[in-house]
Design a protein around this ligand. Structure first.
Ligand code: G3I
Ligand code: 9MR
Length: 578
């Protein structure tokens, strides 16, 4: 176990400790806990190995509240309101269960009956172990705002003014007004703006596209919420919702990536990853590289959606989408592979049914043209959780959000909905039967597992919206709790939000800026045991192989496509808090 892990890890040494009157209990602080693996010397009995895994940010008043307790027998506990010192209720944790992905035996304290905002403490009856937790709308709102503001911090071609960026102010980087086509030295492009993908400074259409769509989905699904919320970005004083201003920054860039024949370049990149310096100091030549089917269809899906979200720009976005679509129809299978001299992110994909289905769904919803629906039918596969290489789920999300706004037949709508809810039911069942009460199975622990968690949460949010079945809402809430600390690493994975949060994310700005705290609001990639970066990990298990170190780009990088579903899910959670 990492020595920084924030748990109340207690080895009660019966006899000696009692005689000396020693106590070793704790609450999320780093002190006072014996590191894992500390040998218990002869004659000492290890009586207690309690740890608490909880949402470190805050539980919403009207929603499920679970705290995972490491113990191999059920334990009795009471919950006290810290403001009044009053005991609110007494209960006992569930039957313990073993989670092999983390090698932990845990049981669950369900404190959902608490609905009043405040600070509380869960205290075990038979020992001094306790943990404190918050029930708070404001703390969750703050995390939401930070997670969307993270996109502003990752804007290319812009100086971050202290009025908006505070101590994370910085000079502009990457004007991208002189970009070369790697395949055609005579083609010079101006391709400014957009968000940096991640901890690196490159801009990749596929990953940027799913992130942009997800944020537009959030706007379309929660328009009243976004009509009111603001998070201090340069455009906050205009009349447009901040979310639409943020998304525009990337749409403007994406438009520049379309070639005159309608095809879209896969990425805008340096030949190698930049050194670990601030954006303004990373000024190697940038190139656009290869047009491909995935990037072009992804672009078509995003632009067709944008045409519905930005009525004043509908003409521009729709014609860009249609031109991209035409290119893809005539180039239906051009996978992207990094050229030999390019070493940056590949985002390679050679299955295009999902991109065809999604782009066709968006074009149908925007134009009403039935031909798109036919192509969609020919390509639509089973429901799955979206990710950068898999946009099938996005087609379902959009079509199912269109009730009453499209001429989709009732029968077709009902069939799509049934398939969607079947999928969400599997996620909810996984959550209910998981020891940590989280819909994360072995195959979800890939590079960016926290992004997988948040994309699952987005699917569950939609399932709840469509059905009002609380099982989906609870599974969604449990996933948000998971990334906020209710996981076996003990980290709340959103920088700056929680008691123990990543301090050394693989994010060049955060590493090079000489500021102790990383840029706030970013979701770290999360545990997975591929260990592709060859750093030294203290666990090789899927759910605990995580390292809060710059070295660990396979578990501790941040990227826009993991933050976007975090934004969506937390927005959904706030909107469903009734
Ligand atoms: O395709 C295989 C699949 O067949 C196999 O079953 C599976 C088993 O793990 O692996 C699959 O390949 C994985 C691939 O993603 C596709 O999912 C690789 O193992 C895995 O290493 C790879 O990770 C990607 C990583 O780049 C390395 O290419 C991440 O998904 C992707 O999010 C990440 O993206 C990077 C960009 O390249 C650069 N910018 C930062 C960003 C985040 O780290
Ligand atoms: O810093 C790079 C990160 O943004 C990428 O996601 C990652 C995976 O492709 O690669 C990182 O760069 C590493 C490179 O691949 C290998 N040498 C070490 C680099 C990190 O310092």
């Amino acid at each position: 176990m990492n020595k920084n892990i924030s748990t109340s890890y207690r080895k009660l040494v019966v006899g000696l400790a009692l005689t000396l009157g020693l106590t070793a209990c704790g609450d999320g602080s780093n002190g006072g806990s014996a590191p894992s693996g500390t040998p218990v010397s002869e004659g000492q009995i290890e009586a207690n190995n309690i740890a608490f895994y909880k949402n470190q940010v805050g539980y919403l008043p009207a929603q499920q509240k679970l705290i995972v307790v490491r113990t191999d027998t059920p334990v009795e506990y009471k919950v006290r309101n810290m403001n009044t010192a009053e005991t609110v209720f007494t209960s006992v944790t569930s039957l313990p269960a073993y989670w092999s992905l983390a090698d932990e035996t845990v049981s669950v304290a369900d404190v959902s009956s608490i609905t009043a905002a405040g600070q509380y403490r869960l205290e075990l009856t038979d020992s001094d172990d306790y943990t404190a937790f918050n029930v708070s709308l404001e703390r969750v709102e703050a995390m939401h705002d930070a997670s969307i503001k993270a996109f502003y911090y990752n804007r290319a071609s812009l100086a971050l003014d202290p009025a908006f960026a505070g101590k994370w102010q910085r000079e502009a980087g990457h004007p991208d007004t002189y970009v070369l086509n790697l395949n055609d030295p005579n083609q010079i492009l101006s391709s400014p703006k957009g968000w940096y993908d991640a901890g690196d400074y490159n801009k990749y259409i596929v990953n940027s596209g799913i992130s942009t769509y997800t944020l537009m989905r959030a706007y379309l699904d929660f328009p009243a919420f976004y009509g009111e919320r603001t998070w201090n970005i340069p455009e906050s004083s205009n009349s447009r919702p901040d979310l639409l201003d943020e998304v525009s920054w990337n749409l403007d860039w994406m438009l520049t990536m379309q070639d005159t024949d309608g095809g879209v370049f896969h990425k805008l990149t340096t030949l190698n990853f930049a050194p670990d310096v601030m954006p303004a100091a990373a000024n190697e030549q940038r190139y656009v590289v290869d047009k491909g089917t995935a990037a072009t269809l992804n672009f078509a899906g995003v632009m067709a959606t944008a045409a519905r979200v930005y009525p004043d720009m509908a003409g521009t976005y729709l014609s860009a989408a249609e031109e991209a679509w035409q290119w893809a129809i005539t180039h239906p299978h051009i996978p992207f592979v990094n050229p030999e001299n390019v070493a940056t992110g590949e985002y390679g994909d050679n299955e295009f049914n999902d991109e065809f289905a999604w782009a066709a769904a968006e074009l149908y919803l925007t134009t009403g043209n039935q031909d798109y629906l036919t192509t969609m039918d020919n390509n639509l596969g089973p429901v799955s959780t979206p990710g950068w290489s898999n946009s099938m789920g996005l087609a379902y999300l959009s079509l199912l959000s269109s009730e009453g706004q499209s001429d989709l037949s009732n029968q077709r709508y009902a069939a799509l909905k049934a398939r969607f809810l079947d999928y969400a039911t599997k996620l909810a069942e996984q959550s209910q039967s998981s020891p940590f009460r989280v819909a994360m199975t072995r195959h979800d622990f890939v590079w960016g597992s926290n992004g997988v968690a948040m994309n699952h949460a987005m699917m569950l949010a939609k399932a709840f919206e469509l059905s009002k079945d609380k099982a989906y809402l609870e599974a969604m809430t449990a996933l948000i709790d998971y990334v906020s600390g209710k996981n076996p690493t003990g980290y709340s994975f959103v920088t700056g939000h929680g008691e123990q949060t990543p301090m050394f994310i693989h994010h060049r700005q955060s590493h090079a800026d000489d500021i102790a705290e990383p840029v706030p609001g970013f979701l770290a990639g999360g545990p997975q045991n591929g260990q592709q970066d060859n750093c030294t990990y203290s666990s090789s298990l899927p759910a605990t192989s995580y390292l809060d170190d710059w070295c660990s780009y396979s578990t501790n990088e941040v990227t826009i496509n993991w933050n976007a579903p975090l934004v969506y899910s937390v927005a959904a959670s706030l909107n469903f808090n009734r």
